[in-house]
Design a protein around this ligand. Structure first.
Ligand code: GTP
Ligand code: MG
Length: 200
């Protein structure tokens, strides 16, 4: 299938970007991974690309501090974003990367879809709502990915799913289909690969 073929190609780190002027030429489609610090963005990119440490992940919120570009074959970029919300880094530094994050999410012409990651234990928080509102105004289609589903029991997960669905219904730019993932167990990874392949 197309998802498997796309991700069978090599994944290459292109660059870390710290200002809009540093973005690579907008010459191909890209998808980005946004979400609160520590939600599992970098880990999800590693799971998708079948690598262990292509994107740097850690248990410290605020690990990713630049916009990291990965080429997935010749036609697609995967974009790992810094987290929003609490980060274990000095405030002026955090403010700088939050500003860049917002500029990127509302001003990148080749951004085809933003995946907004939501922790399966926590659901949609106020900071997520703010990012979703930003994506609405920028008319960037976004799709929610529940992460760390291995950490919750089915009943708790279903409760969170209801909360997420309710939150999404208020956002015109939200694509209604949710993707449930566990980077730890590999759940939902093939599904997400196929969705991304469908966008290229
Ligand atoms: P920032 O770069 O700080 O914004 O964080 P991030 O969203 O990139 O999170 P990261 O991928 O660094 O993961 C944070 C922590 O969550 C790490 O310790 C991961 O191992 C863990 N983690 C990520 N995904 C999963 C998952 O599906 N299941 C479990 N159990 N742990 C996960
Ligand atoms: Mg990260």
């Amino acid at each position: 299938d197309r998802g498997r073929l796309l991700f069978a190609q090599e994944s290459i780190f292109v660059k870390g970007v710290v200002a809009m002027s540093g973005l690579p030429p907008a010459d191909r489609i890209e998808v980005c991974f946004a979400g609160r610090s520590n939600v599992g963005k970098s880990t999800l990119i590693n799971a998708l690309t079948g690598t262990k440490a292509l994107a740097r992940a850690s248990n410290t919120p605020g690990r990713t501090q630049e916009i990291n570009y990965f080429a997935q074959g010749p036609d697609l970029y995967l974009v790992d974003l810094p987290g929003y919300g609490y980060a274990n880094a000095p405030l002026p530094v955090v403010e700088k990367w939050q500003k860049l994050l917002k500029q990127y999410l509302s001003g990148r012409p080749t951004l085809r879809r933003a995946f907004v990651l939501i922790d399966a234990r926590h659901g949609v928080k106020k900071v997520d709502e703010e990012i979703m509102a930003l994506l609405d105004s920028a008319a960037v289609t976004f799709q929610c990915v529940l992460t760390k589903t291995d950490k919750v029991k089915a009943a708790e997960r279903d409760k969170v799913l209801g909360q997420v669905r309710g939150a999404l219904s208020k956002h015109p730019a939200a694509y209604p289909e949710l993707i449930l993932t566990s980077s730890e167990k590999g759940d939902g990874i093939a599904t997400l690969r196929a969705i991304i392949a469908g966008l290229v």
